[in-house]
Design a binder for this molecule. Structure first.
Ligand SMILES: [Mn+2]
Length: 328
């Protein structure tokens, strides 16, 4: 890997809370880029995508359908046109609806991509079966089934094969989602599985099943709500009984260590939620996870966490405060 490409994706049409669009800015304000530079020789900040022309709020079977469809077309287009050779792509969301666009764009570069979907939920509802109408609960159904007869999504060309998808951590699945997962034979490991068997054993097994030759590129789509509701407060749909935090950190590191992790989405951090201290803790956990994955992608584990402050300088040459002290 030559470096990192960082893409801000302030996509918020997939759910009702607009604060989620502030996360890329909040991550940058919390020193994401100088911290990434501690691991990677080169960090290219591609800036934030602009969704202002992608349609307004609307009701319907899919809420904000036009904004969701056009927004994801923009995300996919942007990723397709990016030169990713030897770069790790880091997509900072935004809500999880954006993963339709990131993964669709990545399939253009990596047709045999394996997707690890870390989430408390399935995000695999069809528009017909969705109870909420929120698009962030549906991106996988579009990736697996195509446009499902919906005109706004006619731009979809790539299909993700179900045997290349692995769920980690779901514990809040709708009945219709369970049916799809069962019918398509998708691998899924609940938070209880992770706690019982450990991330390492599960991941080894899952990757061997998805890719017996161990050669396929991997994408991690990471929803912070996969963490226990006590561990993440500043996110839209918290679910209790999450996996052990350390096992999830381990999962991210192991993926990085495969040498095949090409990209990652980090989604559903909402800096608007909760009071300051708790918001800060969620941001810190999201940052820690992202940095830990990045460190292992660049073969720097154990990560030099958490960064003696004197080694980190911002653009103005000022020392950046140590991350650990940020929330204190
Ligand atoms: Mn999700």
């Amino acid at each position: 890997m030559k470096g990192i490409k960082l893409l801000g994706v302030p996509f918020k049409a997939g759910q009702p809370h607009s604060g989620v669009a502030q996360a890329p800015e909040a991550m940058r304000e919390n020193h994401l880029i100088p911290l990434l530079r501690a691991f990677s020789p080169r960090v290219d900040d591609l800036g934030d995508l602009d969704f202002s022309l992608c349609g307004d709020h609307s009701d319907g079977q899919i809420k904000n359908e036009r904004a969701s469809a056009l927004g994801n077309a923009l995300i996919s287009e942007s990723i397709q046109s990016e030169n990713l050779k030897d770069f790790f792509l880091l997509n900072i969301g935004g809500d999880h609806g954006l993963a339709l666009g990131t993964i669709h764009g990545l399939l253009h570069h990596y047709p045999d991509l394996i997707v690890v979907w870390a989430d408390a939920h399935g995000d695999i509802n069809t528009p017909d079966a969705s109870q909420s109408g929120n698009f962030h609960g549906m991106p996988l159904s579009f990736l697996l089934k195509g446009n499902q007869g919906r005109e706004e999504f006619a731009w979809l060309r790539k299909i993700l094969r179900p045997e290349r998808l692995i769920f980690m951590g779901p514990r809040d699945l709708d009945p219709a989602e369970k049916e799809i997962i069962r019918d398509l034979g998708i691998q899924w490991y609940s938070s209880d599985d992770i706690n019982s068997f450990g991330a390492e054993a599960l991941l080894q097994m899952a990757l061997r099943i998805a890719d017996p030759h161990g050669k396929a590129p991997i994408h991690l789509s990471f929803d912070v709500d996969v963490f226990d509701s006590e561990d993440v407060v500043a996110t839209g749909t918290r679910v209790p009984q999450g996996p052990d935090k350390n096992e999830m950190m381990k999962l991210g590191q192991l993926l990085g260590e495969t040498g095949r992790l090409q990209s990652m989405d980090l989604v559903e951090v909402n800096p608007d939620f909760s009071h300051e201290k708790k918001t800060c803790e969620t941001l810190e956990l999201a940052l820690r996870f992202t940095l830990s994955v990045t460190a292992s992608v660049f073969a720097q584990h154990p990560a030099p966490l958490m960064f003696p402050s004197e080694r980190l300088k911002n653009k103005a040459g000022t020392a950046v405060p140590a991350l650990l002290n940020y929330c204190s």
